[in-house]
Design a protein around this ligand. Sequence first.
Ligand SMILES: Cc1cc2nc3c(=O)[nH]c(=O)nc-3n(C[C@H](O)[C@H](O)[C@H](O)COP(=O)(O)O)c2cc1C
Length: 340
Amino acid sequence: MKNLRKINTNKQAFNTLPDKEKIRILATVTSWAPSSHNTQPWHFYVGNNKIRISPDFTKSLPIGDKNHRQLYISLGAAVANTCMAADCLGLSYKKKYLEKNSIFSIEIFFENLQANSFNNQLWQALSTRHSNRLKLLKQNFNQEYSKKILGLVNSEVNIHFVQEEIQKKQLKNIVEEALESSFNNKKFRYELSHWIKPSLSKYSEGMTGYYLGVPWIISFVMPWVIKKFNISKMQKKMHLKWIDSAPVIGIITGKNDDIKSWIQAGEFFGLIATLAEELKIRTGVMAAPIESAYGRKQLQALLNTREHPLIFFRQGFGPAEKHFSPRRPLDKLITYELCT
Ligand SMILES: Cc1cc2nc3c(=O)[nH]c(=O)nc-3n(C[C@H](O)[C@H](O)[C@H](O)COP(=O)(O)O)c2cc1C
Protein backbone atom coordinates (compact mmCIF):
# COMPACT_ATOMS: atom_id res chain seq x y z
CA MET A 1 0.00 0.00 0.00
CA LYS A 2 1.61 3.22 -1.03
CA ASN A 3 1.16 6.59 0.59
CA LEU A 4 -1.59 8.20 -1.45
CA ARG A 5 -1.16 11.42 0.49
CA LYS A 6 1.46 13.00 -1.66
CA ILE A 7 1.62 16.24 -3.62
CA ASN A 8 4.85 16.99 -5.39
CA THR A 9 5.19 20.73 -5.45
CA ASN A 10 7.53 23.58 -4.57
CA LYS A 11 7.40 27.37 -4.71
CA GLN A 12 7.89 27.65 -8.50
CA ALA A 13 5.59 24.74 -9.42
CA PHE A 14 2.84 26.06 -7.11
CA ASN A 15 3.02 29.55 -8.59
CA THR A 16 2.47 28.30 -12.14
CA LEU A 17 -0.92 26.80 -11.20
CA PRO A 18 -4.31 28.51 -11.61
CA ASP A 19 -5.81 29.73 -8.31
CA LYS A 20 -8.50 27.05 -8.36
CA GLU A 21 -5.83 24.35 -8.48
CA LYS A 22 -3.85 26.04 -5.69
CA ILE A 23 -6.94 26.04 -3.47
CA ARG A 24 -7.50 22.37 -4.31
CA ILE A 25 -3.97 21.59 -3.14
CA LEU A 26 -4.56 23.41 0.15
CA ALA A 27 -7.89 21.60 0.57
CA THR A 28 -6.24 18.25 -0.15
CA VAL A 29 -3.66 18.80 2.59
CA THR A 30 -6.54 19.84 4.87
CA SER A 31 -8.21 16.48 4.25
CA TRP A 32 -5.13 14.59 5.50
CA ALA A 33 -5.90 15.69 9.06
CA PRO A 34 -6.65 13.08 11.71
CA SER A 35 -10.27 12.56 12.75
CA SER A 36 -12.07 10.37 15.26
CA HIS A 37 -12.75 6.92 13.72
CA ASN A 38 -11.46 8.47 10.47
CA THR A 39 -14.97 9.85 9.94
CA GLN A 40 -13.52 12.96 8.21
CA PRO A 41 -16.50 14.96 9.52
CA TRP A 42 -15.84 18.05 7.42
CA HIS A 43 -16.98 19.82 4.29
CA PHE A 44 -15.00 22.51 2.49
CA TYR A 45 -16.70 25.51 0.94
CA VAL A 46 -14.09 27.10 -1.26
CA GLY A 47 -13.85 30.37 -3.13
CA ASN A 48 -11.08 31.98 -5.17
CA ASN A 49 -9.07 32.80 -2.09
CA LYS A 50 -10.69 31.06 0.87
CA ILE A 51 -11.56 27.74 2.38
CA ARG A 52 -14.38 27.45 4.88
CA ILE A 53 -14.22 24.26 6.92
CA SER A 54 -17.65 23.24 8.18
CA PRO A 55 -18.87 20.22 10.13
CA ASP A 56 -20.50 17.39 8.21
CA PHE A 57 -22.95 16.05 10.76
CA THR A 58 -23.80 13.07 8.54
CA LYS A 59 -20.39 11.77 9.71
CA SER A 60 -21.03 12.36 13.40
CA LEU A 61 -20.99 9.66 16.10
CA PRO A 62 -24.24 10.05 18.07
CA ILE A 63 -23.23 7.45 20.67
CA GLY A 64 -19.44 7.79 20.95
CA ASP A 65 -19.43 11.56 20.55
CA LYS A 66 -22.81 12.77 21.79
CA ASN A 67 -22.00 16.47 22.01
CA HIS A 68 -19.66 16.60 18.95
CA ARG A 69 -16.54 17.20 20.99
CA GLN A 70 -14.45 14.73 18.92
CA LEU A 71 -16.01 16.07 15.71
CA TYR A 72 -14.95 19.64 16.45
CA ILE A 73 -11.49 18.53 17.62
CA SER A 74 -11.15 16.81 14.23
CA LEU A 75 -12.29 20.02 12.50
CA GLY A 76 -9.61 21.92 14.44
CA ALA A 77 -6.98 19.44 13.24
CA ALA A 78 -8.14 20.09 9.67
CA VAL A 79 -7.75 23.86 10.23
CA ALA A 80 -4.22 23.24 11.50
CA ASN A 81 -3.40 21.40 8.27
CA THR A 82 -4.68 24.26 6.09
CA CYS A 83 -2.64 26.77 8.08
CA MET A 84 0.51 24.63 8.05
CA ALA A 85 0.20 24.08 4.29
CA ALA A 86 -0.12 27.86 3.84
CA ASP A 87 2.87 28.40 6.14
CA CYS A 88 4.93 25.94 4.08
CA LEU A 89 4.26 28.09 1.03
CA GLY A 90 4.72 31.40 2.83
CA LEU A 91 1.12 32.47 2.12
CA SER A 92 -0.47 35.16 4.30
CA TYR A 93 -3.91 34.32 5.62
CA LYS A 94 -6.49 35.29 8.18
CA LYS A 95 -8.50 32.79 10.21
CA LYS A 96 -12.04 33.50 11.35
CA TYR A 97 -14.34 31.44 13.61
CA LEU A 98 -17.93 31.68 12.38
CA GLU A 99 -20.97 30.68 14.40
CA LYS A 100 -24.57 30.30 13.31
CA ASN A 101 -27.22 28.59 15.44
CA SER A 102 -24.48 27.06 17.60
CA ILE A 103 -22.81 25.48 14.55
CA PHE A 104 -19.20 26.53 14.10
CA SER A 105 -17.19 26.83 10.89
CA ILE A 106 -13.72 28.17 10.35
CA GLU A 107 -12.82 30.35 7.38
CA ILE A 108 -9.25 30.71 6.17
CA PHE A 109 -8.92 33.68 3.87
CA PHE A 110 -5.71 33.95 1.81
CA GLU A 111 -4.50 37.46 1.05
CA ASN A 112 -3.08 36.12 -2.20
CA LEU A 113 -1.99 32.74 -3.49
CA GLN A 114 1.53 33.63 -4.55
CA ALA A 115 3.96 31.30 -2.74
CA ASN A 116 6.91 33.11 -1.18
CA SER A 117 8.82 30.12 0.17
CA PHE A 118 8.64 26.38 0.48
CA ASN A 119 9.24 24.40 3.65
CA ASN A 120 9.81 20.94 2.25
CA GLN A 121 10.37 19.31 5.64
CA LEU A 122 7.03 20.45 7.05
CA TRP A 123 5.29 19.64 3.74
CA GLN A 124 6.63 16.08 3.94
CA ALA A 125 5.57 15.79 7.58
CA LEU A 126 2.03 16.85 6.64
CA SER A 127 1.84 14.02 4.13
CA THR A 128 3.37 11.33 6.35
CA ARG A 129 1.76 12.20 9.69
CA HIS A 130 -0.32 9.28 10.86
CA SER A 131 -1.75 7.89 14.05
CA ASN A 132 0.47 5.42 15.84
CA ARG A 133 -0.78 2.07 17.08
CA LEU A 134 2.59 0.36 17.32
CA LYS A 135 4.93 -0.10 20.23
CA LEU A 136 6.99 3.01 20.91
CA LEU A 137 10.63 3.13 21.97
CA LYS A 138 11.63 4.05 25.51
CA GLN A 139 13.80 6.82 24.10
CA ASN A 140 13.21 10.31 25.52
CA PHE A 141 12.74 13.38 23.32
CA ASN A 142 15.35 16.05 23.17
CA GLN A 143 14.55 19.24 25.07
CA GLU A 144 14.20 21.19 21.82
CA TYR A 145 10.94 19.49 20.89
CA SER A 146 9.29 19.91 24.31
CA LYS A 147 10.45 23.54 24.44
CA LYS A 148 9.03 24.21 20.98
CA ILE A 149 5.66 22.71 21.93
CA LEU A 150 5.51 24.54 25.27
CA GLY A 151 6.26 27.73 23.32
CA LEU A 152 3.02 27.21 21.35
CA VAL A 153 0.81 27.31 24.44
CA ASN A 154 -1.60 30.24 24.33
CA SER A 155 -4.28 31.78 26.50
CA GLU A 156 -6.88 29.23 25.33
CA VAL A 157 -5.01 25.91 25.33
CA ASN A 158 -2.27 24.41 27.44
CA ILE A 159 -0.34 21.16 27.42
CA HIS A 160 0.76 18.81 30.17
CA PHE A 161 3.36 16.12 29.58
CA VAL A 162 3.19 13.13 31.91
CA GLN A 163 6.35 11.05 32.15
CA GLU A 164 6.56 9.83 35.76
CA GLU A 165 5.74 6.13 36.18
CA ILE A 166 3.51 6.82 39.22
CA GLN A 167 1.35 9.24 37.25
CA LYS A 168 1.29 6.95 34.22
CA LYS A 169 -0.04 4.19 36.46
CA GLN A 170 -2.91 6.48 37.50
CA LEU A 171 -3.52 7.34 33.85
CA LYS A 172 -3.77 3.66 33.03
CA ASN A 173 -6.51 3.25 35.66
CA ILE A 174 -8.41 6.20 34.18
CA VAL A 175 -8.13 4.79 30.65
CA GLU A 176 -9.16 1.30 31.79
CA GLU A 177 -12.29 2.59 33.50
CA ALA A 178 -13.24 4.73 30.53
CA LEU A 179 -12.78 1.88 28.05
CA GLU A 180 -14.77 -0.51 30.22
CA SER A 181 -17.68 1.87 30.29
CA SER A 182 -17.57 2.56 26.51
CA PHE A 183 -17.27 -1.07 25.44
CA ASN A 184 -19.92 -2.28 27.91
CA ASN A 185 -22.33 -0.17 25.89
CA LYS A 186 -23.77 -2.27 23.04
CA LYS A 187 -24.79 0.86 21.13
CA PHE A 188 -21.21 2.16 21.24
CA ARG A 189 -19.90 -1.12 19.83
CA TYR A 190 -22.58 -1.15 17.16
CA GLU A 191 -21.66 2.38 16.08
CA LEU A 192 -17.92 1.61 16.11
CA SER A 193 -18.46 -1.52 14.02
CA HIS A 194 -19.70 0.68 11.15
CA TRP A 195 -16.39 2.50 11.04
CA ILE A 196 -14.23 -0.64 11.13
CA LYS A 197 -13.80 -1.77 7.54
CA PRO A 198 -12.38 -4.80 5.77
CA SER A 199 -9.02 -4.32 4.07
CA LEU A 200 -10.32 -3.32 0.65
CA SER A 201 -9.21 -0.28 -1.30
CA LYS A 202 -12.84 0.68 -2.04
CA TYR A 203 -13.22 2.11 1.47
CA SER A 204 -12.37 5.77 1.69
CA GLU A 205 -13.35 6.39 5.33
CA GLY A 206 -13.26 4.58 8.63
CA MET A 207 -10.52 2.31 9.91
CA THR A 208 -9.61 -0.44 7.49
CA GLY A 209 -8.00 -3.66 8.72
CA TYR A 210 -4.64 -3.07 7.04
CA TYR A 211 -4.42 0.28 8.80
CA LEU A 212 -5.20 -1.34 12.16
CA GLY A 213 -2.59 -4.04 11.58
CA VAL A 214 -5.22 -6.79 11.38
CA PRO A 215 -4.59 -9.81 9.07
CA TRP A 216 -6.50 -9.50 5.78
CA ILE A 217 -8.93 -12.36 6.35
CA ILE A 218 -9.70 -11.29 9.95
CA SER A 219 -10.52 -7.79 8.75
CA PHE A 220 -13.70 -9.15 7.16
CA VAL A 221 -15.10 -10.52 10.42
CA MET A 222 -13.87 -7.70 12.63
CA PRO A 223 -16.92 -5.43 12.31
CA TRP A 224 -19.17 -8.38 13.18
CA VAL A 225 -17.01 -9.39 16.18
CA ILE A 226 -17.09 -5.83 17.54
CA LYS A 227 -20.85 -5.67 17.14
CA LYS A 228 -21.51 -9.03 18.77
CA PHE A 229 -18.95 -9.35 21.54
CA ASN A 230 -17.81 -7.17 24.39
CA ILE A 231 -14.14 -6.79 23.50
CA SER A 232 -13.37 -4.48 26.44
CA LYS A 233 -10.81 -6.89 27.90
CA MET A 234 -8.85 -6.97 24.65
CA GLN A 235 -9.17 -3.20 24.21
CA LYS A 236 -7.92 -2.52 27.73
CA LYS A 237 -4.92 -4.81 27.26
CA MET A 238 -4.04 -3.10 23.98
CA HIS A 239 -4.38 0.44 25.36
CA LEU A 240 -2.37 -0.35 28.50
CA LYS A 241 0.43 -1.71 26.32
CA TRP A 242 0.32 1.48 24.26
CA ILE A 243 0.60 3.62 27.38
CA ASP A 244 3.34 1.43 28.83
CA SER A 245 5.50 1.77 25.76
CA ALA A 246 5.04 5.56 25.45
CA PRO A 247 7.73 7.71 27.08
CA VAL A 248 5.29 10.62 27.16
CA ILE A 249 1.55 11.06 27.57
CA GLY A 250 0.33 14.48 26.47
CA ILE A 251 -2.87 16.04 27.72
CA ILE A 252 -4.14 19.20 26.07
CA THR A 253 -6.30 21.26 28.39
CA GLY A 254 -8.45 24.29 27.72
CA LYS A 255 -9.53 27.31 29.68
CA ASN A 256 -13.07 26.42 28.62
CA ASP A 257 -14.91 23.28 27.61
CA ASP A 258 -17.01 24.51 24.70
CA ILE A 259 -17.08 24.15 20.91
CA LYS A 260 -14.55 26.89 20.19
CA SER A 261 -12.15 25.38 22.74
CA TRP A 262 -12.53 21.95 21.13
CA ILE A 263 -11.65 23.44 17.73
CA GLN A 264 -8.67 25.29 19.20
CA ALA A 265 -7.49 22.17 21.02
CA GLY A 266 -7.75 20.28 17.71
CA GLU A 267 -5.67 22.96 15.99
CA PHE A 268 -3.05 22.72 18.72
CA PHE A 269 -3.02 18.93 18.51
CA GLY A 270 -2.73 18.93 14.69
CA LEU A 271 0.26 21.22 14.93
CA ILE A 272 1.94 19.16 17.66
CA ALA A 273 1.41 15.87 15.82
CA THR A 274 2.88 17.27 12.58
CA LEU A 275 5.87 18.93 14.26
CA ALA A 276 6.48 15.63 16.04
CA GLU A 277 6.28 13.76 12.74
CA GLU A 278 9.00 16.04 11.35
CA LEU A 279 11.27 14.52 14.04
CA LYS A 280 9.88 10.99 13.53
CA ILE A 281 8.11 11.19 16.89
CA ARG A 282 4.84 9.26 16.55
CA THR A 283 1.50 10.26 18.07
CA GLY A 284 -1.63 8.32 18.98
CA VAL A 285 -4.86 9.75 20.41
CA MET A 286 -7.12 8.06 22.96
CA ALA A 287 -10.57 9.58 23.07
CA ALA A 288 -12.04 7.34 25.80
CA PRO A 289 -10.66 9.11 28.93
CA ILE A 290 -11.87 12.47 27.55
CA GLU A 291 -15.32 11.28 26.48
CA SER A 292 -15.95 10.11 30.05
CA ALA A 293 -16.99 12.95 32.40
CA TYR A 294 -15.52 10.96 35.29
CA GLY A 295 -12.30 10.47 33.29
CA ARG A 296 -11.99 14.23 32.74
CA LYS A 297 -12.52 14.86 36.45
CA GLN A 298 -9.86 12.35 37.39
CA LEU A 299 -7.44 13.86 34.86
CA GLN A 300 -8.03 17.30 36.35
CA ALA A 301 -7.20 15.92 39.80
CA LEU A 302 -4.10 14.14 38.54
CA LEU A 303 -2.82 17.25 36.75
CA ASN A 304 -3.85 19.39 39.68
CA THR A 305 -5.53 21.88 37.40
CA ARG A 306 -8.90 23.57 36.93
CA GLU A 307 -8.36 23.62 33.17
CA HIS A 308 -10.46 21.20 31.15
CA PRO A 309 -8.78 18.09 29.71
CA LEU A 310 -9.62 18.05 25.98
CA ILE A 311 -7.21 15.70 24.17
CA PHE A 312 -5.27 12.73 25.50
CA PHE A 313 -2.43 11.31 23.40
CA ARG A 314 0.77 9.33 23.64
CA GLN A 315 4.01 10.16 21.92
CA GLY A 316 7.38 8.60 21.35
CA PHE A 317 9.90 7.56 18.79
CA GLY A 318 8.95 4.45 16.91
CA PRO A 319 8.55 2.90 13.50
CA ALA A 320 6.18 4.41 10.97
CA GLU A 321 3.01 2.45 10.31
CA LYS A 322 3.17 0.45 7.08
CA HIS A 323 -0.21 1.63 5.84
CA PHE A 324 -1.97 4.94 5.77
CA SER A 325 -5.63 5.43 6.54
CA PRO A 326 -7.86 6.15 3.54
CA ARG A 327 -9.42 9.51 2.66
CA ARG A 328 -12.57 10.45 0.77
CA PRO A 329 -11.90 11.91 -2.70
CA LEU A 330 -11.64 15.70 -2.62
CA ASP A 331 -14.59 16.17 -4.98
CA LYS A 332 -16.88 14.61 -2.36
CA LEU A 333 -15.65 17.15 0.21
CA ILE A 334 -15.76 20.38 -1.76
CA THR A 335 -18.47 22.81 -2.72
CA TYR A 336 -17.33 25.70 -4.91
CA GLU A 337 -18.68 29.11 -4.06
CA LEU A 338 -18.20 31.84 -6.68
CA CYS A 339 -15.05 30.16 -7.95
CA THR A 340 -13.79 31.11 -11.42
C1 LIG B 1 -10.48 13.65 17.94
C2 LIG B 1 -9.79 12.34 17.62
C3 LIG B 1 -10.03 11.22 18.42
C4 LIG B 1 -9.37 10.03 18.15
N1 LIG B 1 -9.56 8.95 18.98
C5 LIG B 1 -8.86 7.82 18.78
C6 LIG B 1 -8.95 6.72 19.70
O1 LIG B 1 -9.65 6.79 20.70
N2 LIG B 1 -8.24 5.61 19.45
C7 LIG B 1 -7.44 5.50 18.35
O2 LIG B 1 -6.80 4.46 18.17
N3 LIG B 1 -7.31 6.53 17.45
C8 LIG B 1 -7.98 7.68 17.65
N4 LIG B 1 -7.85 8.72 16.79
C9 LIG B 1 -7.04 8.58 15.58
C10 LIG B 1 -7.93 8.35 14.36
O3 LIG B 1 -8.42 7.04 14.34
C11 LIG B 1 -7.12 8.66 13.10
O4 LIG B 1 -6.82 10.03 13.11
C12 LIG B 1 -7.89 8.35 11.83
O5 LIG B 1 -8.13 6.98 11.72
C13 LIG B 1 -7.12 8.83 10.60
O6 LIG B 1 -5.86 8.23 10.55
P1 LIG B 1 -4.50 9.04 10.59
O7 LIG B 1 -4.47 9.86 11.82
O8 LIG B 1 -3.44 7.97 10.59
O9 LIG B 1 -4.45 9.88 9.35
C14 LIG B 1 -8.49 9.93 17.04
C15 LIG B 1 -8.25 11.07 16.26
C16 LIG B 1 -8.89 12.26 16.55
C17 LIG B 1 -8.62 13.49 15.72
